[in-house]
Ligand binder design. Structure first.
Ligand SMILES: [Zn+2]
Length: 253
């Protein structure tokens, strides 16, 4: 693990001018995507979602899109090398100069190693936001979702139920459970996260990457995002990047 520590030392040496790379980390259903979007008000840079990037390649029907679609349809994962390449190209774009928010990446140890090396070479400073949500809460929330197959409206049996059970308020169609929201599928994704992705937290810790643990179910999304933002500012992770763009947002520590 000496290599990792050495890598992070190099990372830390890029002091005042280094833009932050905020890694949003958490299980499926922990609200990473929502937080990533909300945090754009706080971090001066784009929200990079590898899932969205792959989807747009699939829509564009280019080579990587066609190849990825074949794999995903067969229930397989897109190779790390392809995802790494997409992220490397994206980080080199001009809108990333002040910072980035990463969502859904890295997902494997191999991706994390490649990313740390890439961030060090490109002069970014990494920080991890770990959104912790109890798995049972995630299963209860996602498996309680119902969708209208006609108009697409989403209902939640607990927080936003239809007026008549099982029937869409708008058009009277019978509601369905999307395959992604069925309990076995959710549990499968959570167990993949537990074995493949969660171990990255240890890797980041050993690499000395600053890490913030947040109770992802502790507050409404907007409030949570405000908490994360003040944490990032008070710890100095984003104060530096914001000094140039928003002088009043700089924080004394
Ligand atoms: Zn409907």
């Amino acid at each position: 693990m000496g290599g990792v520590a050495a890598l992070f030392n190099r990372l830390s040496e890029n002091t005042s001018s280094s833009p932050p790379a905020i890694i949003l980390f958490g299980s499926p259903g922990s609200g990473k995507g929502t937080q990533a979007k909300l945090l754009r008000h706080c971090v001066n840079g784009p929200h990079i979602s590898t899932g969205d990037m792959l989807r747009s390649h699939i829509e564009a029907e280019d080579r990587i899109g066609k190849d990825s679609e074949k794999l995903l349809k067969a229930g397989r994962l897109v190779p790390d090398e392809w995802v790494n390449e997409l992220v490397e190209k994206r980080l080199a774009e001009p809108d990333c100069r002040m910072g980035v928010i990463l969502d859904g990446y890295p997902r494997t140890l191999n991706q994390a190693r490649v990313l740390m090396d890439l961030l060090a070479r490109s002069g970014f400073r990494a920080a991890v936001i770990h959104l912790m949500v109890d798995y049972e809460k995630i299963v209860a929330r996602l498996s309680g979702r119902r969708q209208c197959p006609v108009c697409g409206t989403l209902y939640s049996l607990k927080t936003n139920p239809p007026k008549v059970p099982g029937i869409c308020d708008l058009d009277g169609a019978a509601l369905v459970t999307r395959e992604d929201d069925s309990e076995p599928v959710i549990r499968q994704r959570l167990s993949e996260y537990e074995s493949l992705t969660r171990p990255l937290l240890d890797y980041f810790r050993k690499a000395g990457v600053p890490m913030f643990e947040i109770n992802g179910a502790g507050a409404a999304p907007e409030e949570l995002s405000g908490q994360v933002c003040s944490l990032l500012q008070s710890s100095g992770v984003i104060a530096i990047a914001n000094k140039t763009a928003h002088p009043r947002a700089s924080v004394t520590t």
